[in-house]
Design a protein around this ligand. Structure first.
Ligand SMILES: *Cc1c(COP(=O)(O)O)cnc(C)c1O
Length: 406
């Protein structure tokens, strides 16, 4: 029997892997030292654990361990990268190139800098699959551009950007390239060096590690990237991020990276298999459903679908033993359709009917089959109540209907 409720929202967060929990536990109790305590064994023990984690985290992105700056999560990493570069290089220029489907941590950092008059920002569009065109990046660069910020893989539609091409352009033009790689790290191969990335943001809780811990990888050579810190204090993390290190969190984040690195290839095959099964099952059973995002260049566990004539929110409520996410919910109290889905150019109605399935390490085939049946049943039920669906099925072209406002 399938175990309910089913969690299928692994882009929002993931459960902590039991092996990660186990690695973390001693660092709450017997090994509680402050990694910055230089004069006793408690401190040394903590520092050693942090060093190991630094190695594990650097290894998963092909970086050096001394280039890892620990933060409270990827939101802080994105803030530090963007605000830190703009402040440090303000004599050189003030222009940022980013794209419309970035995470709010990136977009809002850019907006703040704009509002403060510290930067001008170009927000590049994406194509109907959510892909940014590297040539658009090239064309947007001016002699005032100090930063490109383009994500590795999108958290809603799973689309994987042509990061290596963007990295090449950044190098050619001598512009620093920040990449929010939260959804990519541990899911698909990422090599910051080979991809031409200069700053890379990642997060513990998206890869079966704990919440509240993340990192910013900062290139040390070719070129050495400099940052003005956004938090001042004891000068931890090479002066780039002060504050006592979250040792248990860091240990867990490191362990999560070690596991992901060892199991990623196999897990990606398994998850894309499950995802494809879910996708095929729903397309077989239901008409008028549409895939959002890129059909092939997409994260293994991601499936974002629009169910025409069904409100995403109503569908979510109808399947309350399955945790998935609608495009509308997460960012605001008002039910605005997701800006990411809107950026694909699909119409308002379909944008309102989008659902994100995020498959993860602990999902099974039984989960997928249950969700397939549950969603099918609920979509049919909601459509049976929809006069629009009825009309469409009778062959009435809804776009030609003149609705009378009274
Ligand atoms: C989750 C997420 C973030 C924010 O990470 P936190 O560690 O939760 O602050 C940033 N970018 C992307 C793409 C994400 O998916």
């Amino acid at each position: 029997m399938v175990k309910l409720p089913i969690y299928m929202d692994n882009h929002a967060t993931t459960p902590v892997d039991p092996r990660v929990v186990e690695a973390m536990l001693p660092y709450f109790t017997t090994k509680f030292g402050n990694a910055a305590s230089r004069n006793h064994s408690f401190g040394w023990e903590a520092e050693e654990a942090v060093d190991l984690a630094r190695n594990q985290i650097a290894a998963i992105i092909g970086g050096k361990s001394k280039e890892i700056i620990f933060t409270s999560g990827a939101t802080e990493s994105d803030n530090l990268a963007i605000k830190g570069v703009v402040e440090f290089y303000k004599e050189k220029g003030n222009h940022i190139v980013t794209c419309v489907t970035e995470h709010k941590a990136v977009l809002d950092s850019c907006r703040t800098l704009e509002r403060q008059g510290k930067a001008t920002v170009t927000y590049l569009p994406v194509d109907k699959y959510g892909m940014v065109d590297p040539e658009d990046v090239r064309k947007a660069i001016t002699d005032k551009t100090v930063l490109i910020s383009i994500m590795y893989a999108n958290n809603e539609i799973g689309t994987i950007h042509p990061v290596r091409e963007i990295g090449k352009i950044a190098k050619e033009k001598g512009v620093i390239f920040h990449c929010d790689a939260v959804q990519a790290v541990g899911k698909i191969p990422v090599n910051a060096e080979a991809d031409g990335i200069d700053l890379l943001a990642m997060s513990g809780h998206k890869i079966y590690g704990p919440k509240g811990v993340g990192a910013l990888w900062v290139r040390s050579k070719g070129p050495r990237v400099r940052l003005t810190p956004i938090i001042d204090g004891g000068g931890h993390e090479r002066g780039m991020r002060s504050g006592t290190l979250n040792v248990p969190g860091i240990v867990g984040f490191g362990k999560a990276c070690e596991i992901a690195r060892a199991e990623m290839a196999e897990e990606a095959v398994r998850l894309s298999g499950l995802r494809n099964r879910l996708q095929a099952g729903l397309f077989e059973r239901l008409d008028e459903i549409y895939l959002n995002g890129h059909p092939t260049e997409r994260l293994p566990g991601n499936l974002n679908l629009s169910f025409a004539y069904v409100e995403g929110e109503s569908l979510l409520m109808g399947i309350n033993d399955v945790a998935v996410s609608s495009g509308s919910a997460c960012t605001s109290a008002t039910l605005e359709p997701s800006y990411v889905i809107r950026a694909l150019g699909i119409d308002e109605e379909l944008a309102h009917s989008s659902i994100r399935f995020g498959l993860g390490r602990f999902n099974t085939e039984e989960d997928v089959d249950y969700v397939t049946e549950r969603v099918t049943k609920e979509v049919r039920r909601l459509r049976d109540m929809s006069p629009l669906y009825e009309m469409a099925r009778e062959g009435i072209d809804l776009k030609s209907v003149h609705w009378k406002a009274e």
